[in-house]
Design a protein around this ligand. Structure first.
Ligand SMILES: Cc1ncc(COP(=O)(O)O)c(C=O)c1O
Length: 366
């Protein structure tokens, strides 16, 4: 065959491949005892109810079960307060986001993003044939520029994507601001992957607005990242439409049973939330006191940290921390961020303390 690439779609061939967790993820595979602060995962084992459900489910994997996941959608309805007709389940919220992009974007359509944001969005928008229109967030706190977002809406705009809390900044959008965007003739994806850690969530807006699509996940607060369970809340009309894009049995039986068990354990969720909020406050206070570092206030399970000392880069700090067995993620050079940054995931108090000690030592030596 002369040119196999002639069969490829050019715009897909030109897409980037998302690299989760950066270079240190690879290093971590050999160093399982190091402190894992680079991927915004839960530091806690899942609820014992999840372990029990998985052990039982593993004996029953020979069948095809319910492809509509009625039991899980009922459990999610109970958890969120929305009817199960308004909920669709995905293989992580990543799959849901992908279904939304594939479902609503025609080639050349525009999607408005606000950098800095979750770097996976523009990649998946590109693969769906769309064009990302980036409205930069405003300094010094990287808050959404709502006026500019509204100005950027054109007849080609299909979606506006807002992650609140935002990855990597950790801040949330004010309700009055998201209402302003929802007042426009456009679909708004509101990604609340870290919603459980925030003082205030915005999911309730789906009761009022037909054009909001909420995405949420069990990867973070419920600690099920490797099982891949996400969901969306939208109008029954949008859910029915997205169901046409969903492949049958998109979530495996073990994950479904684990998710139902996780959602039933309210005490577990309360405990995790309290621990993360406590750890987040601790990290914010201690990092803010270190000369040469500035932590951003966060409503998520991670903190963005700016390096204000000249000649110290995010790469330096990431590798020096790794020398002390603390794995974080460099954020310098990411779209929309000016200056040098690392992002640190909140972990157990013992691990948070080790991270702070390591940061103090490193910054003293700079
Ligand atoms: C803002 C945001 N949205 C969505 C996701 C995807 O999560 P999952 O596919 O595990 O549900 C992540 C993962 O880190 C994220 O940071």
């Amino acid at each position: 065959m002369s040119d196999i690439k002639k069969f490829f779609k050019k715009y897909i061939d030109a897409a980037d491949v998302y690299s989760p967790g950066g270079i240190l993820r690879v290093l971590y595979q050999q160093r399982q005892d190091w402190i894992r602060m680079m991927s915004n995962e839960s530091p806690f084992e899942p609820s014992p109810r999840v372990v029990e459900a998985v052990e039982e489910a593993v004996h029953k994997v020979g069948w095809y079960y319910d492809s509509d996941f009625t039991d899980l959608r009922e459990a999610l309805a109970n958890y969120t307060g929305f009817d199960k007709e308004r909920i669709l389940v995905g293989n992580g919220s990543t799959e849901i986001l992908d279904m939304i992009f594939r479902g609503f974007i025609n080639p050349g359509d525009e999607v408005i993003l606000s950098d800095p944001t979750y770097p996976l969005y523009p990649i998946r928008i590109h693969v769906a044939g769309g064009k990302s229109i980036v409205v930069p967030k405003t300094l010094p706190n990287y808050y959404w520029d709502v006026k500019e977002i509204i100005k950027a809406i054109t007849p080609r705009t299909k979606l506006v994507v807002i992650d609140s809390p935002c990855n990597p900044v950790g801040n949330t959008i004010a309700e009055k601001d998201i209402r302003e965007i929802l007042g426009q003739d456009v679909l708004v994806v509101l990604d609340e992957a870290y919603g459980e850690f925030a003082d205030k969530q915005l999911t309730h807006l789906a009761r009022e607005y037909e054009n909001v699509i909420i995405t949420r996940t069990l990867s973070k607060a419920f600690g099920l990242a490797a099982l891949r369970i996400g969901y969306t809340i939208a109008t029954p009309e949008i859910i029915n439409y997205l169901t046409k894009i969903k492949i049958p049995f998109n979530v495996n039986y073990i994950a479904v049973q684990a998710a139902i068990a996780a959602l039933s354990d309210k005490e577990y969720l309360k405990k995790v939330r309290n621990e993360i909020v406590k750890g987040r406050e601790y990290l914010y206070k201690e990092i803010s006191a270190i000369n040469g570092l500035k932590a951003f206030p966060s409503q998520a399970n991670f903190l963005l940290v700016k390096i204000t000392k000249p000649n110290v880069t995010g790469t330096d700090l990431e590798w020096k921390l790794a020398d002390k067995q603390v794995l974080t993620r460099k954020y310098s050079g990411k779209a929309g961020l000016e200056g040098e940054y690392i992002r640190i995931t909140v972990r157990s108090m013992e691990e948070n303390r080790k991270c702070v000690e390591a940061l103090r030592e490193i910054m003293r030596e700079q």
